[in-house]
Design a protein around this ligand. Structure first.
Ligand code: 5AD
Ligand code: FES
Length: 348
């Protein structure tokens, strides 16, 4: 049995086999076998549906200093902003009218947004929109903080693990951060009952095939409800400005692998993928993804939430990302639905 058949039948591989599989990403036949199976699984569980999440980038202040990220603390050229509670609620109002039933509050690790302020924000949004799911993506916090947000009504949490390799983690982050704490956060979130999302960048500087194999093994072990992966894209004001971007082909290949490993997973075709390839998100869907996260942030701030260069949907013309994506998804043979799009657990 070859490794693709083995992956399809057992939903996992050994580290060495994953490394070998990743090495095959430019092999057209291998990629097609994987994407056909990934699409089959995705259709069996989620049909043609594409879930949308309204992304509200509410602060780009960040106390962290991840080497790859455009809003890292030490980037003096980043023009910082923080939406007010009223502005955030306006984004939700607008989003609700457009048909969004999930809002994602994403931001840097901004100390101004204390637990008290976050809890207040979460409960206000949940009171106003009891039928909507609320996702937080605000970084590493204590168990107690995560618990408070959960009690206030947060349903889901996105925290990419970034890399499961200790060696690579050290090359991408300052000393003050640790992989151990990040992984602790992910297990805390799961324990608290959040639908939890992990993930990593594809083609990050220094990343090897073995590193990606470790990421896949980690995902298999954690069993998150959501997985976000996207290509690394250099940002001009970071130390990695001159590094090459990650591969679109490999990202799409990995989307298929992840769909096969975790059949029920909620898997977005990310903005980074759409940035490197004009039809990257459509390609992602055809390879097994089932979520898109259109930007709902105020147009006036979009350019400022610049994690990497040339990010799409930052201009005036991108005010209505939802319509744009609905049309695009329809052309690709999928249908965007107005639905919370919860994780569908396996029925025994
Ligand atoms: N290129 C691609 N993705 C990036 N992220 C941060 N910086 C970059 C970059 N330069 C991703 C990280 C983070 C998510 C919000 O964005 O994986 O978790
Ligand atoms: Fe934002 Fe198309 S999704 S402009």
């Amino acid at each position: 049995m070859d490794i693709i058949d083995k992956l399809i039948q057992t939903h996992t591989l050994t580290g060495q086999e994953f490394t070998e599989l990743i090495g095959m990403y430019e092999d057209q036949e291998a990629a097609e076998r994987l994407s056909a199976e990934a699409l089959r699984i995705r259709k069996e569980i989620y049909g043609n549906k594409v879930f949308v999440r309204g992304l509200i980038e509410f602060t780009n202040y960040c106390k962290n200093d991840c080497l790859y990220c455009g809003i890292r603390r030490s980037n003096q050229n980043s023009s910082r902003y923080r939406l007010t509670k009223e502005e955030i609620l306006e984004c939700c109002d607008h989003g609700f009218e457009l048909g969004y039933r999930t809002f994602v509050l994403q931001g840097g690790e901004d100390p101004w947004y204390t637990d008290d302020r976050m809890t207040d924000l979460v409960s206000t949004i949940k009171q106003r929109y009891p039928d909507c799911a609320l996702t937080l993506s605000i970084g590493e916090k204590s168990f107690e903080s995560y618990q408070r947000f959960k009690e206030a009504g947060a349903d889901r949490y996105l925290l990419r693990h970034e890399t499961a390799s200790e060696t690579l983690y050290r090359k991408l982050h300052p000393e003050s951060m640790s992989l151990k704490n990040r992984i602790r956060c992910l297990y805390d979130l799961k324990e608290l009952g959040y639908q939890t999302g992990a993930g990593f960048m594809v083609g990050a500087p220094f990343q090897t095939r073995e590193d990606i194999a470790q990421d896949l093994l980690f995902l298999k072990e954690l069993e998150p409800q959501m997985v976000g992966i996207g290509p690394f894209i250099p940002h001009h004001d970071t130390v990695f400005a001159d590094r090459p971007a990650g591969s679109v082909k490999l990202t799409i290949f990995l989307l298929s692998v992840i769909r096969i490993m975790l059949p029920h997973v909620l898997l977005p075709a990310t903005t980074a993928l759409g940035t490197l390839d004009p039809i990257g998100r459509e390609k992602g869907m055809k390879a097994g993804a089932n979520v898109v996260m259109p930007n709902l942030s105020p147009v006036k701030n979009r350019k400022q939430y610049e994690l990497y260069d040339n990010k799409i949907c930052t201009g005036e013309e991108a005010a209505e990302c939802r319509d744009c994506l609905s049309r695009r998804m329809e052309t690709a043979g999928f249908q965007v639905v107005s639905d919370r799009g919860d994780f569908q657990a396996e029925t025994p």
